[in-house]
Ligand binder design. Structure first.
Ligand code: NAD
Length: 481
């Protein structure tokens, strides 16, 4: 797993062993699998200077040529899906059965989507009588991407694909917990023909991220991370009027009405809580269940979660792996202890799994009330809370009673009700009779404290470009004096 070097700058691997040591730990065993270094000021400067120098050339490259390079990178990612999936699994601990279908493939989808779409990024013609105006979209310039540790491959591609398609350059800083995947993607971009300096990866923690955000050469920052980090990064970016996209945390509701199909409702609740051992920002961790279906739902949910195959993430039979880090394991254990202390009823799980690594059992609590910590704070682990409800109006008000607004879901056979619920949800991304599916063509992002701006779809082309308006005078110029 040891990469050629810690960083990828100006089209080549780069290291500076003077940087603080950055060990990479395999969550399934706790073993160190690679040794990297945090970026030194020299590495940081090299990356910013390379991305700045590459700006004009890349912006002037025809959109069709930029798109072709991204689509070639997508093809390479698909050809190497298994190798990239193994790296993602070693980086995060997520089971290979998941990474084979959810990470490099989702990254390739984004590269393919934006590689194909970019030629359609055009302006408007505005007739004004004899005169006229037109608009065009221009790249912003040097963009910074900062990632979280739960989907390192996907996060790089979801940021790089629209940014590079629009003609921007990027310096990307992965989470210090999962530094491996982004290096592979940078090397693949180079292999696909991306000019040196257009996409750079440097390692480090919040201090390196902070230095990127405040650099005057940077035009835009896209962060995937927690709400507290989002507030800091947003404030720092505002000081120099940089544009931002904020993909932050959540405490999303999944509402299950009596008339929902029981098996579908259970599947949705599993998908909304236990992918990546629950380390998913959009998870529907507050599962509101109506009285008529509650008993059957809890029985079937516990039964099906009991069928999870917990084990070696590299064994494709495994479908539930460890947490990404020991620290995250401890944080989630703390939430479970609070849930018990505050009177929630443990249905299953709650403890560690008897093996090496950072494993925590899939955990279900029932009789959770709105005031409990389990229902209020983002846990970011395999902990599903079931809350009771009676009426549509009541559950909508309670679903929205949170500062977060990333996602929401509803399970019902009554489609008019489903659309009423979705219209009322204060959330950026909603699912009807489904959960946690995020195709490249659908905008993804949050409302309220979950951030703003959208990733994927046409919406993110707007987030990585700026509009220029041009008034064209066709006659003589008149003036008052
Ligand atoms: P985090 O906020 O601790 O760190 C995110 C990134 O920000 C890391 O790369 C970190 O090094 C960097 N960072 C920290 N302080 C910084 C600073 N002051 N300036 C610049 N960069 C700084 O988040 P995490 O623990 O890595 O990830 C988990 C969080 O991410 C959860 O809240 C989760 O919901 C959220 N998340 C959101 C999405 C989304 O798309 N909305 C996706 C995945 C994860």
């Amino acid at each position: 797993m040891q990469p050629t070097a810690s960083h990828f700058v100006n089209g080549a691997y780069l290291d500076d062993t003077a940087g603080t040591a950055l060990p990479v730990i395999y969550p399934a065993t706790g073993e160190v699998i690679a040794q990297l270094h945090h970026a030194t000021p020299a590495v940081l400067e090299a990356a910013l200077a390379a991305a700045d120098a590459a700006r004009a050339g890349w912006a002037a490259t025809p959109a069709a040529d930029r798109g072709r390079i991204l689509r070639r990178a997508a093809d390479i990612m698909r050809e190497r899906n298994r190798d990239l999936s193994v790296i993602e699994t070693m980086d995060t601990g997520k089971p290979l059965s998941e990474t084979l279908v959810a990470d490099a493939s989702s990254g390739a989808d984004a590269l393919e989507y934006f590689g194909g779409l970019i030629g359609a990024l055009t302006g408007d013609h505005i007739p004004l009588g004899a005169d006229w105006a037109y608009t065009m979209r221009e790249p912003l310039g040097l963009c910074v991407g900062i990632g979280a540790w739960n989907y390192p491959t996907q996060i790089v591609c979801w940021k790089a694909a629209p940014a590079l398609a629009c003609g921007n350059t990027m310096v990307f800083k992965p989470s210090e917990t999962t530094p491996l995947a982004a290096l592979q993607i940078a090397a693949i971009f180079t292999e696909a023909g991306l000019p040196p300096g257009v996409f750079n990866v440097i390692q480090g923690a919040g201090d390196v991220g902070g230095a990127l955000v405040t650099d005057p050469r940077v035009a835009k920052v896209s962060l995937t991370g927690s709400a507290p980090t989002g507030r800091k990064v947003y404030a720092a970016a505002a000081a120099s009027m940089k544009q931002v996209t904020m993909e932050l945390g959540g405490k999303s509701p999944l509402v299950i009405f009596d008339d929902a199909d029981l098996e579908d409702a259970v599947s949705a609740a599993i998908n909304a809580n236990f992918y990546a051992s629950g380390q998913v920002c959009s998870n529907g961790t507050r599962v509101f269940v109506q009285g008529g279906i509650k008993a059957a739902f809890l029985d079937r949910l516990a039964q099906r979660v009991g069928n999870a195959t917990i084990g070696d993430p590299l064994d494709e039979a495994t479908n539930f792996g460890p947490m990404a880090s020991e620290r995250q394991l401890e944080i989630v254990q703390g939430f479970i202890a609070k849930g018990l202390a505050e009177g929630a009823r443990l249905i299953c799980g709650g403890g560690r799994v008897d093996r090496a690594g950072f494993y925590l059992q899939p955990t279900i609590f029932a009789d959770v009330t709105d005031d409990m910590t389990l229902a209020r704070e983002e846990i970011f682990g395999p902990v599903l809370s079931v809350l009771d409800f009676d009426t549509e109006a009541e559950v909508l008000a309670r679903a929205n009673a949170t500062d977060y607004g990333l996602a929401a879901g509803v399970m019902t056979r009554d489609l008019a009700r489903a659309h009423r619920m979705v219209a009322g949800f204060q959330a950026g991304t909603c699912w009807i009779n489904s959960y946690n599916l995020t195709p490249a063509g659908m905008p993804f992002g949050g409302a309220k404290s979950s951030g703003f701006g959208r990733e994927n779809a046409r919406a993110s082309l707007e987030a990585y470009s700026q509009m220029k308006s041009v008034y064209v005078g066709m006659g003589r110029v008149e003036a008052a004096y």
